[in-house]
Design a binder for this molecule. Structure first.
Ligand code: F6R
Length: 441
């Protein structure tokens, strides 16, 4: 397990960060830290109190904990666990319940006593929630507080379900979910936003911050902006993960994707002497152009100097020359002849001129990525006579809410009726789809 960077000293980063090659390595590191803590507390004669999270992110940690239990005899007999949150209302056996999630992902596979497991109850009557939350927090306090709190992060900066606006002193409570949280959760609810609960019970920020140790995990580029705001931004109630800056033993474990927006990764030249090569120069100059909002060809020596790129100037000459070099490189990646121009000297272009007609394969992870991201290029390849194929890598059905699908078929049925178009087949598709969607689980 190789930790590739630990950058505690970097001033930009107000929370220590560990960046790993991938989420598996990072998860193993976290699981091992938890295992050591469980063992240490046991030797000291204490229960180990874990604060646990659900969602996609911690699954790989739970997998490793199960492996440690099965193969290396890690026992959970002395573990007490408190989960962060649960949708409200929610039956514990529902597919989307965090109770079900925790049993399937961890508890069914380790020896934790059932009476040591605490997960917020989504079946309470509204009037019972307040007392329940108070008792939940008291139970945590009675055990001496949370020893280790595992967290994920929402794109809007939520931790647990403490949505933007949550105060640092917020208690465990019923919380209205942010629209963005509900949209992200819709896939778990068969793509139907209307089925995503509007509320959740969540541990408050206060209890999270009282944990003795906090590790927040984030994987993939889609978390990179949120991670940067939490670590480098101001402490801000509109971005609850930034409260972790107030904790003296919180740490972020990231894979490379989630770390991409951190300044020390995006602009390493600001922190250390780098070996300038063309890809790095291109990255620095394009970043500079974006950050000073100027076209590359208008960047000046002063822009370079003011933005930590003086050693690039020292090694490579004037801004003028560097600008032109980078501009040309970028310009050569753009062409009206994406398949190569017949009989042209295309040594500096992205695609070779010969053979003139090519077979092209467009990978479109999601149907419509091809059209949305490269519709013009696609069209030109066809117009220029290439043999063009597309590989769709998913049917894309989960990105289309069920009611949207029905609405469109409904529209076609109405349209056909209105304009006297034979309609039996469409009506039958509509009825079949409706019956299917109503009964699907
Ligand atoms: C879940 C929780 C949430 C998630 C967050 C990230 O118990 O508390 O804050 O950690 O929404 O979710 P994933 O991991 O699915 O990206």
């Amino acid at each position: 397990m190789e930790e590739i960077r630990s950058k505690k000293k970097i001033v930009h980063e107000k929370i220590p960060v560990k960046v790993y090659n991938d989420s598996e390595e990072a998860s193993k590191a976290v699981a091992h830290e938890i295992a050591l803590l469980i063992k240490r507390k046991k030797t000291e004669g204490w229960a180990c109190v874990l604060g646990l999270a659900t969602g996609t992110t911690p699954k790989s940690v739970y997998k490793e904990l199960i492996r440690l239990h099965r193969e290396e005899g890690l026992s959970f007999q002395h573990v007490v666990s408190f989960n962060l949150d649960e949708y409200y209302p929610m039956q514990p056996d529902s597919l989307q319940s965090y109770v079900r999630f925790m049993y399937e992902q961890l508890f069914n596979h380790v020896d934790i006593p059932k009476e040591n497991i605490f997960i917020p109850d989504g079946t309470l009557l509204p009037e019972a929630v307040k007392k329940y939350c108070e008792a939940y927090e008291e139970k945590i306090d009675a055990l001496g507080g949370i020893d280790f709190q595992l967290l994920g992060i929402g794109g809007n900066g939520h931790i647990g379900f403490n949505e933007p606006g949550s105060l640092a002193g917020s208690k465990m409570r019923l919380m209205m979910l942010d629209q963005s949280t509900r949209v992200s959760a819709a896939a778990e609810f068969g793509g139907q936003l209307s089925k995503v609960p509007r509320k959740a019970i969540t541990l408050g920020v206060e209890k999270i911050l009282q944990a003795k140790r906090i590790v927040l995990l984030a994987w993939g580029e889609k978390k990179a902006t949120a991670v940067k705001s939490a670590i480098e931004g101001h402490v801000d109630e509109n971005f609850p993960a930034s409260y972790l800056q107030l904790h003296d033993n919180a740490e972020f474990y990231l894979d490379e994707g989630a770390a991409l927006e951190l300044t020390h990764i995006k602009s390493p030249w600001l922190f250390e002497n780098v070996n300038w090569n063309m890809p790095l120069i291109k990255k620095a100059v394009t970043n500079l152009s974006l950050s000073v909002s100027k076209p590359i060809l208008k960047l000046t020596n002063k822009d370079y100097n003011d933005n930590g790129l003086s050693d690039l100037l020292a090694g490579y000459g004037d801004a003028y020359d560097i600008n032109i070099e980078v501009f040309n490189q970028l310009q050569h990646t753009i062409t009206g002849w994406p398949g190569g121009k017949p009989d042209a000297d295309d040594t500096l272009r992205p695609e070779r001129a010969k053979p003139e007609k090519k077979r092209c394969l467009i990978f479109s992870p999601h149907p419509d990525d091809d059209i949305i991201s490269m519709g013009g290029t696609f069209q030109r390849l066809v117009d220029q006579g290439h043999d063009v194929h597309v590989a769709y890598q998913t049917s894309g059905n989960i990105a289309v809410a069920d009611d949207e699908a029905l609405r469109f078929i409904d529209f076609v049925v109405d349209f056909n009726n209105k304009f006297g178009i034979i309609n039996e087949e469409t009506i039958s598709i509509y009825n079949k789809a409706k019956a299917f969607l109503e009964n699907k689980r």
